[in-house]
Design a protein around this ligand. Structure first.
Ligand SMILES: Nc1ncnc2c1ncn2[C@@H]1O[C@H](COP(=O)(O)OP(=O)(O)OP(=O)(O)O)[C@@H](O)[C@H]1O
Length: 241
């Protein structure tokens, strides 16, 4: 599959619907996010933020509607094609980090290079080794002792695991970064550091960043704020909200 992505928009959604157990979790009449935008996504628990991320990354298939991501019509792609697309173009910080507990921190950060030849090429095109690139990212997140990256992630604190998940999402310069409460286990100083690093990285690499956060102090860092209740009208029909 081609590695190139089209310029605009990064996300284009029309009449997108997904129901669980007969209730709509997602009912988004229209949503457009431009390439390179830095977006804060917020909303009540259960308002569909994580579900929207899983749709955007091709982990879930909608029941109906149009879903274009980086110029690709995800509805027309096979599961296998979506796996390649996700590996090549998306960096995803999962809500619970989703690190491999039996791998070291460094192995976790470098994992995307094993799944994507695009990311592998980008990381290997620099003058530094892959390992050094990973250390650099972690140093920017104020984890400066390389020895800490040789520990299995199950031995590390939640805040450190979140930083590792952020570095894993950024390595190889994905075109779309989806970060689901990436710094929720951290204090406000570290949260700001993590958000600023992700935002700077996105701007430097012309990536689009969508970040789910409940921390209002971070609002000014973002280009645009999206409230789920304004884009997802499923609350009108879903009593589980
Ligand atoms: N796999 C699933 N099976 C059944 N219902 C689901 C599933 N995934 C999500 N839902 C439902 O979809 C709705 C949206 O959930 P989602 O996790 O996307 O919300 P959220 O805004 O990310 O919440 P939070 O802020 O708590 O993380 C909820 O009503 C949830 O119960």
């Amino acid at each position: 599959m081609k590695n190139s992505v089209s310029d605009n928009p990064a996300v284009n959604i029309k009449d997108l619907k997904l129901a669980f157990h007969g209730y709509n979790s997602i009912d988004i009449p229209s949503l457009e996010i431009h390439s390179g935008e830095i977006i804060l996504l917020f909303g009540e628990n259960g308002s569909g933020k994580t579900t929207l991320f899983r749709l955007l990354s091709g982990l879930l298939r909608p029941d109906s509607g149009e879903l274009q991501v980086l110029g690709h019509d995800l509805n027309r792609m096979s599961s296998r094609a979506k796996d390649y697309f996700r590996g090549d173009h998306i960096g995803y910080v999962f809500q619970n980090s989703n690190l491999m507990p039996y791998l070291t921190a460094l192995e976790n950060i470098l994992l995307p290079c094993g799944f994507s030849s695009r990311k592998q090429k980008i990381v290997d095109s620099g003058e530094m080794t892959r390992e050094y690139e990973a250390y650099q990212l972690m140093a920017k997140l104020k984890v400066e002792d390389p020895a800490r990256l040789r520990h299995k992630t199950s031995q590390l604190s939640k805040g450190l695991r979140q930083r590792i998940a952020v570095a894993r999402a950024l390595i190889g310069n994905p075109s779309l970064i989806l970060a689901d409460e990436p710094a929720s286990a951290m204090g406000s100083y570290s949260q700001r550091l993590v958000y600023e690093l992700m935002i700077n990285h996105a701007r430097e690499t012309n990536a689009t960043l969508i970040c789910i956060s409940h921390n209002k102090e971070m609002d000014p860092l973002f280009d645009r704020r999206l409230n789920m209740k304004d884009i997802n009208i499923s609350a009108e029909t879903n009593p589980l909200w």
